[in-house]
Design a protein around this ligand. Structure first.
Ligand SMILES: C[S@@+](CC[C@H](N)C(=O)[O-])C[C@H]1O[C@@H](n2cnc3c(N)ncnc32)[C@H](O)[C@@H]1O
Length: 211
């Protein structure tokens, strides 16, 4: 069944009481895909990690437990999602182990080379283009840093039909991996036929990037 437009709008930009409910449901629905991305990052205790489009912030607490001597940051465009993520991680935020910023993926409020790892789960559908966000994520990563990206492609026709196209853009896998490479990542795609796709991208040294 096709998801109603007003629900899809909440996934893109959660607001109000309905937004709180959507955040609650989403935290459960996306947990396994977030764990898949987090496992692929092979988090080390001193890692600095960024979750782009962190939503409700459930991954932030999991990452903070694994990077016990490091730091975790989240960024999301929804003020409500950031409020929920901060409330969920209140003690970690107070201890300065976790920070959550209201910011879009293409204008992240972090200096160059801030992070060892990054993830982005079910967010790229809401971006008009891929180049600016991927370049911005590459900017804030250290050379050699790993980026785990989880997304559904247009190959999954059932999913494409279930989500309103006014809100969700499902792209071919090749379009996403090409954009990652243009942004300076070497890309490895796990489980070739699996949906959602998990792409593991490694930031190359500037000299290795072919434009
Ligand atoms: C479907 S939710 C996924 C949240 C979380 N990553 C998860 O796996 O449960 C998409 C999230 O991306 C955020 N978002 C949408 N557009 C964004 C953008 N341009 N930059 C950063 N976050 C964005 C939304 O506010 C929402 O929290």
């Amino acid at each position: 069944m096709r998801r109603p437009l007003f629900i899809a709008e909440q996934a893109r930009n959660a607001r109000g009481m309905l937004g709180r409910f959507i955040a609650f449901v989403m935290a459960r629905e996306t947990l396994s895909e977030n764990l898949r991305a987090i496992d692929a990052l092979d988090v080390q205790p001193r890692d600095h990690i960024l979750d782009v489009g962190c939503g409700h912030g459930r991954s932030l607490e999991i990452l903070a437990a694994r990077a016990s001597k490091g730091h975790v940051a989240g960024a999301d465009t929804s003020e409500l999602m950031v409020e929920i993520a901060v409330a969920r991680n209140r003690a970690l935020v107070k201890a300065r182990k976790v920070d959550v910023a209201i910011a879009p993926a293409d204008a992240l409020p972090f200096p160059d080379g801030s992070f060892d790892k990054a993830l982005c789960v079910h967010v790229i559908y809401f971006w008009e283009g891929l180049d600016a966000p991927f370049r911005e994520i590459a900017r804030v990563l250290k050379p050699g840093a790993r980026f785990a990206l989880v997304f559904r492609t247009d190959a999954d026709k059932t999913t494409v039909a279930s989500f309103p196209k006014e809100v969700y853009r499902f792209r071919p896998r090749s379009e996403v991996t090409a954009a990652l490479m243009r942004a300076g990542f070497a890309v490895q795609v796990a489980e070739r036929d699996a949906e959602p796709v998990l792409a593991i991208a490694t930031k190359q040294n500037a000299a290795a990037v072919v434009s």
